[in-house]
Structures are given as structure tokens and as C-alpha cells.
Design a protein around this ligand. Structure first.
Ligand code: ASP
Ligand code: MG
Length: 419
């Protein structure tokens, strides 16, 4: 029988009524002839509550016990979903991660999949079970302990099952009806996309469109799992939501598919750094050791005339999340104090935001950057840092212009119109 994976996030299983609503959607697919693997999240708020209980009990907790506690929210929903399906006369049973068993690494609270053997679940399908309800977010380490995958990990569980079982599609039911060209709260012209390529979704996901855990998209891309994002609060059919898929399945010919942004960025500049081999490695090695996630980097070489001699110097600018600024600052200042780094000044700007245009069409089209900069210039938005990759152009702008910049770019690339 053809097989579907259906994943329901926390808001979609937030109470018994919503579980019943989700079960109804599962039943409909069973009636259409699918065997279904349902992956469930914990009821919304549950995981946060469990994390709070662990932290209140033991500030420097044993990571293995953290996972034992925090993984339990999904088990409640899995059992309730199986019961609800049985009440609807759908042959279903629940599976906790260890029962499958879902083998993962031992990196507690950040575990990765190693393998998902099919035999146990397949044997039950062969006996007439139509729905396997599996707890998301969890697995079993080599040491035989319960692991979790990191927050939002149920998306990744769903994709991993779709890959392991060769599912026709992996449907991610959530509280939004798809992936949009930009955040509808920022631009009223935001449009829901029918399809988006894996690579574009990866850029949008890591840029802050929080619909899917980034790792789930990476895994889907690697295994060619067709992934669909759709609402569990609407009547949905085969064409609902947004399909995340390979480029070959994309019909739209847009050069840019979306405008992403992240509000909480900071820009730091090391003024007058020596220009010689090893300087960048010294600066960014220091930041890496301090756990700072550096994003954009710009280096500008110039000459400095000291009267008696001329030296090649450089200003080094980088961006990082705003909540890492003090950590970055301290690491750089400590390195300077220890004579490991030399610079004249450290300038910090915490009033910036990043805006990016994303699209696989950029690979084959010139002039995207020019069009982007022209649109920003027309609104008098100053660009502070620019970075590009094959399918993305990002700029840092003053945070107070973020909305204006997003709207201008959305207009400039005609994203409100399908095409
Ligand atoms: N319940 C977990 C969380 O809140 C995993 C998930 O829902 O994806 O992070
Ligand atoms: Mg989620």
C-alpha cells in the first residue's frame, strides 16, 4: 500500500479536540488507501513546562535525565492519538522511539539519527494495522538511553521516517497554511507559495522563517523527500499548503522567491588591524572559541601613512546575533590584552537588521543585486554590509528601516504576483 507520513505540531494537538481533528485528517488518508505513519509533537507548551521542571530540580542537570523527562510529552500525544483513531475504527497503535527502535547518536538534547529499522512497524502493517503513531523528537542511544533531537525536532523525525519508509510525501501540519514570500505581519502583500525548492527553503528557514526545523529540510533535500507544509485548522486537500521539493518540480519562473529577514543582528568592526597572513584566523578563531556565530564578514584593505613608514592595514567588520555581542566583545578585548590580537578600536552597532532576497533563479540571472540596491536607494535606506551567495543576497540596514526595506524588495521583485 502507498504510505504517507503526517506530522502534527504542538498547536495541532494542543488539546483533546484538536487531537480528534488531527485524527480525522489521518482517517481520511486511510480511507483513500494509504498506510500512515503519524509523527506527533507534545501538546503546545508541554515541552517548555518539562524543561522548566528539570531546571527547577537540578540546575546542572544530567543530560540523560533531561532527555528522559523532556521526551515524555510526545508519548502522551502518541498514545492519545492512537486511542482516538481506534475510537474511529482505524487500526492504530503508538510507538515510542525506543520501541521502533529509532537509533541515534548519544549527543543528548542534540542527537542525530543513525538508523530507523523498518521491520517492527512493517510487521504490524502486514497484520492489518493502518496507522503507526510515533513519538517525535526522540530516539535511543547506543548506550540504551533515551535521547532527544533538539527543539523543533519532530519535523526531522517526520522526514527521517518518510525517507526510511519511502513515503509518497511527508505532510507537516501546523498552525500556518504554508510558506510565504515574506512574513505577512511585515508585508500585507505576502503571498503563499505553492512550491519552493529545498535550497530556497533552507535559506528561508535559517533566516528566521520558523516554519520547519532547518535540519528537517536538509534531511529532506538529501533524501529527496517531498515535504508539504499545511494547516491543520483548515479543510485541506491534495493541493493545499506549500510543497518543498526539488528544483525540477518547480514551475514558477521567478528569479527571487522570497524576502527573509532577521531583526536581532549586530555589526562589529575592528578598526585598523594589521594586514598580514594569520590576522583573520586570529580574530575568527578567537570568536569561534568563544562560541560566537559569525555571519557576514567584510574586510577592507587600505594603506596607513605613519610619516616614517606606510603600513597596509585593514578594517574587519562582521555581524553576529545581538545576544552574542557581549561575549564577542569580551573575547576580542581579552585577546588584545593578552597581546594575541592588535586593533585600534572596536566599534559596535546593535541597531541593525539583516534583509535577504532568496531565489534559485539568481543562478542564471544577472542584475539581481543591482535591482535590490536600486529599490533600497529609492527608499533612502542605507546599506551597511553586503554579502552574497549563489541563491541569496543579504544586506545589513538600520533596524528602524527593516519593514520599509522588506516591503520595498517585495514590490521590486513583484512577489505579490505568481509567475
Ligand atoms: N516538542 C518538542 C519541542 O517543543 C519537539 C517538537 O515539537 O518538534 O521542541
Ligand atoms: Mg515546530
Amino acid at each position: 500500500m502507498p504510505l504517507l507520513v503526517m506530522k502534527f505540531g504542538g498547536t495541532s494537538v494542543a488539546d483533546l479536540d484538536r487531537i480528534a481533528n488531527a485524527a480525522q485528517k489521518v482517517k481520511r488518508e486511510v480511507e483513500r488507501g494509504y498506510d500512515v505513519i503519524v509523527i506527533v509533537s507534545a501538546m503546545s507548551g508541554k515541552t517548555n513546562e518539562l524543561v522548566g521542571w528539570v531546571e527547577a530540580t537540578s540546575p546542572f542537570y544530567d543530560a540523560r535525565e533531561y532527555d528522559a523527562v523532556v521526551s515524555s510529552g510526545e508519548n502522551i500525544t502518541a498514545g492519545l492519538m492512537a486511542l482516538r483513531l481506534q475510537e474511529m475504527n482505524v487500526p492504530a497503535r503508538s510507538w515510542q522511539g525506543w520501541q521502533v527502535p529509532i537509533h541515534t547518536t548519544s549527543a543528548h538534547s542534540a542527537a542525530r539519527f543513525k538508523s530507523i529499522p523498518r521491520d517492527n512497524i512493517d510487521a504490524k502493517f502486514a497484520e492489518g494495522m493502518r496507522v503507526a503513531v510515533v513519538s517525535g523528537f526522540q530516539g535511543l542511544s547506543e548506550e540504551g538511553r533515551i535521547t532527544t533531537l533538539g527543539r523543533g525536532g519532530s519535523d526531522t523525525t517526520a522526514v527521517a521516517f518518510a525517507a526510511a519508509f519511502g513515503a509518497e510525501r511527508c505532510d507537516i501540519y501546523t498552525d500556518v497554511d504554508g510558506v510565504y514570500t515574506t512574513d505577512p505581519r511585515v508585508s500585507s502583500k505576502a503571498r503563499k507559495l505553492d512550491r519552493i525548492a529545498y535550497e530556497e527553503m533552507l535559506e528561508l528557514a535559517s533566516l528566521g522563517a520558523k516554519v520547519l526545523q532547518t535540519r528537517s529540510v536538509e534531511l529532506a533535500m538529501r533524501n529527496n523527500v517531498r515535504l508539504r507544509v499545511l494547516s491543520s485548522f483548515e479543510d485541506t486537500d491534495e493541493t493545499s499548503g506549500t510543497l518543498v521539493c526539488g528544483e525540477d518540480e518547480i514551475m514558477e519562473s521567478k528569479i527571487v522567491s522570497g524576502v527573509a529577514f532577521s531583526r536581532d543582528e549586530a555589526k562589529m568592526t575592528l578598526v585598523t588591524v594589521e594586514d598580514r597572513p594569520g590576522i583573520a584566523s586570529g580574530i575568527f578563531g578567537t570568536l569561534a572559541d568563544a562560541g560566537v556565530n559569525v555571519d557576514m564578514i567584510v574586510q577592507n584593505i587600505s594603506e596607513r601613512n605613519y610619516g616614517d613608514h606606510i603600513e597596509a592595514v585593514t578594517d574587519m567588520t562582521f555581524s553576529c546575533p545581538i545576544n552574542q555581542v557581549s561575549r564577542a566583545k569580551k573575547a576580542l578585548e581579552d585577546a588584545q590584552a593578552a597581546n594575541a590580537l592588535g586593533y585600534e578600536d572596536l566599534v559596535v552597532d546593535t541597531e541593525v537588521a539583516k534583509v535577504s532576497v532568496v531565489g534559485i533563479g539568481m543562478r542564471s540571472h544577472a542584475g539581481v543585486a543591482a535591482r535590490m540596491f536600486k529599490a533600497l536607494a529609492a527608499e533612502n535606506v542605507n546599506i551597511k554590509v553586503i554579502a552574497t551567495s549563489e541563491i541569496k543576497i543579504s544586506v545589513l540596514v538600520d533596524r528602524k528601516y527593516l519593514e520599509l526595506a522588506v516591503q520595498a524588495l517585495h514590490d521590486a521583485f513583484d512577489l505579490d504576483k505568481a509567475g
